[in-house]
Write a protein that binds this ligand. Structure first.
Ligand SMILES: [Zn+2]
Ligand SMILES: [Zn+2]
Ligand SMILES: [Zn+2]
Length: 445
C-alpha cells in the first residue's frame, strides 16, 4: 500500500475498483505565525490527481474495499465477544447469545430442505389444494442450494407482495421496538422496575440484516448483558443466559407494528415470524465467538443481491419490464412503486428504496457500548500511516496542537477514467458515492 503523504486525506489502498479522483492541495500552517510549514499538492501525482478508495462496504460494488470493511467489522464484532482493542477479555464471560429474528410468511415459496445431509422434497403434500389461479400448492422437487426457483412463490398471484414490502420497510422499526421490549422483559424476569434494571444492567447488541431468497430481510443479532458501565463491568449474578434467552423470546413474540391504512391497502399488524432462534455464543462448541464474528462480518458486506434485484437505485429512464432481474424481484419492486404513490404510506419512501425491495435500514448496527467502532479502527490506521510517512521523511513531524491543516480538494473524476480537467463547471460532489447506506450507526434505544 503506497504511503499517502497527506494528513487530511484517507489513504488509497491499492486495488479499489472505483476510486474517487481528487485534485488540489493540503497546507500545513503554523497556527501562531501563519507560516506555511508544508504543502502537499496533487501536481506531482500521476495524472495530477490523487485517487481515494471508494470505501464501499458492498462486495458487489468493489471487492477490495469491501474486504477492508469485512476485516474491520470482524475486529469490531470479535472484540465485543472475546475482548481485545481495549475491551477486557472478561467480556467473554458475560451472557451472550446469537439470535435470528425472521419475517413471517407471505405465502408458500420454493425451499431448500435438508436433513442429515440428505436433500428433502420442497413441499410434499399428498392431497394438495389448488389455489384460485389453478396452481397446486405443493412441490415435490428436491431443490439444490443454488436452484434458481428458491424463494419464488408457488403462486405469484396469491403471494402477499404488499405484506413483504411493508415488512421490509418497517423491519428497522420492529427491531427498535424489540430492543425496548427486551429491556422490559428482562426487568419483568428479574422482578425489577425498568429504572432499577437500567441501573444494574446494560443490554448491548450488534446486528446485521440479511435478505432471504424470498426477498424479505431478517436480522441476526449478538445480544449481550453487561454491568451498568458496559463491557468493562460484570453483569449482576442474576443476569444469566437463561434469563436473557427467555426475555428475548417474550420480547420477540409480543412486539408488533400497526401500518397506516391507504386506499385499497387496509391497515395491518406486522410482527416477527414464528421462527425464532436464540443460541448461546461460547468459546468452544458449535457456535463459537470466531464463527459468529466471521458470519456477521460476511453479511455486513452484502445487500439484496441474492434476491436477484437491481444493484442500484431506479432512475426515471428505467423500464421495469426490461430490467435484467428475477420476476419475483420485479414484482416486489412493482409493489414498492405502487404503494409508494399511496397517501398514508409516503413516509416509508418505498419508491426511493424499491431496488432494496422496500428496506431502507442500515445493514449493520450496534449499540454504543457493544465494542469499539469502525471509526476508531480507521483512525488508528490513519495515525499509523502518518507516523510511517513521517519516519520515511515524506511528511514533516509537526506539532498537531499548533499546526493548522487546510485541505482544498476538488472532485476530478471517478474510477480509472481520465480525470476531469481543472476548472470544469459543476463537478458532482465526491460525497454520497458507493453504498447508499451509511456504513455504521450506533443506534441506542
Ligand atoms: Zn473501492
Ligand atoms: Zn419447490
Ligand atoms: Zn394463486
Amino acid at each position: 500500500m503506497p504511503i499517502n503523504p497527506t494528513a487530511g486525506a484517507p489513504q488509497y489502498p491499492g486495488g479499489c475498483l472505483q476510486p474517487v479522483l481528487l485534485r488540489d492541495r493540503v497546507d500545513h500552517i503554523d497556527g501562531a505565525t501563519g507560516e506555511l510549514l508544508h504543502r502537499y499538492t496533487t501536481v506531482h501525482e500521476p495524472g495530477g490527481v490523487l485517487p481515494i478508495a471508494c470505501k464501499t462496504r458492498r462486495a458487489s460494488q468493489c471487492a477490495p474495499c469491501a474486504e477492508v470493511y469485512r476485516a474491520d467489522t470482524y475486529q469490531v464484532i470479535s472484540a465485543g465477544l472475546s475482548g481485545g482493542k481495549g475491551i477486557p477479555a472478561t467480556v467473554a464471560e458475560h451472557p451472550s447469545v446469537f439470535t435470528t429474528l425472521t419475517a413471517p410468511s407471505f405465502g408458500p415459496v420454493h425451499l431448500h430442505r435438508e436433513k442429515d445431509g440428505r436433500l428433502l422434497r420442497c413441499r410434499p403434500r399428498r392431497h394438495s389444494r389448488t389455489c384460485p389461479h389453478g396452481r397446486r400448492m405443493s412441490c415435490g422437487v428436491k431443490h439444490t442450494r443454488n436452484d434458481t426457483r428458491l424463494g419464488e412463490p408457488l403462486c405469484p398471484d396469491c403471494y402477499d407482495y404488499s405484506g413483504a414490502v411493508l415488512f421490509n420497510a418497517l423491519a428497522p422499526e420492529l427491531w427498535r421496538r424489540f430492543t425496548i421490549s427486551l429491556r422490559r422483559a428482562l426487568a419483568r424476569q428479574a422482578g425489577l422496575t425498568n429504572k432499577a434494571l437500567a441501573a444494574q444492567v446494560r443490554v448491548s447488541y450488534a446486528k446485521v440484516a440479511e435478505y432471504q431468497r424470498r426477498g424479505v430481510v431478517h436480522f441476526h443479532a449478538i445480544i449481550r448483558l453487561d454491568g451498568r458501565a458496559g463491557p468493562t463491568t460484570a453483569p449482576p449474578v442474576w443476569a444469566t443466559l437463561a434469563l436473557l434467552t427467555v426475555a428475548i423470546d417474550q420480547a420477540a413474540r409480543s412486539v408488533n407494528f400497526q401500518t397506516a391504512a391507504a386506499p385499497s391497502v387496509p391497515a395491518r399488524t406486522l410482527a416477527w415470524g414464528r421462527e425464532l432462534d436464540t443460541r448461546p455464543i461460547t468459546s468452544t462448541g458449535e457456535l463459537t465467538d470466531t464463527r459468529v464474528a466471521a458470519y456477521v462480518a460476511k453479511y455486513a458486506t452484502k445487500a439484496a443481491e441474492c434476491t436477484g434485484t437491481l444493484d442500484r437505485r431506479l432512475t426515471p429512464g428505467d423500464k421495469l419490464a426490461d430490467l435484467p432481474i428475477r420476476d419475483h424481484a420485479r414484482r416486489l419492486i412493482a409493489e414498492c412503486l405502487r404503494l409508494g404513490k399511496l397517501p398514508g404510506l409516503e413516509d416509508l419512501r418505498l419508491t426511493a428504496w424499491a431496488h432494496m425491495l422496500g428496506f431502507r435500514g442500515h445493514f449493520s448496527t450496534k449499540s454504543r457500548a457493544y465494542s469499539i467502532t469502525l471509526g476508531s479502527l480507521r483512525a488508528d490506521r490513519s495515525q499509523h500511516q502518518r507516523e510511517q510517512a513521517i519516519t520515511a521523511g515524506l511528511l514533516p513531524d509537526l506539532d498537531p496542537d499548533s499546526t493548522l491543516v487546510i485541505a482544498r480538494w476538488q472532485f476530478a473524476g471517478r474510477g480509472h477514467e481520465p480525470a476531469i480537467p481543472p476548472g470544469s463547471p459543476d463537478p458532482p460532489p465526491p460525497a454520497q458515492r458507493g453504498s447508499p447506506h451509511r456504513e455504521e450507526v450506533d443506534d441506542v434505544a
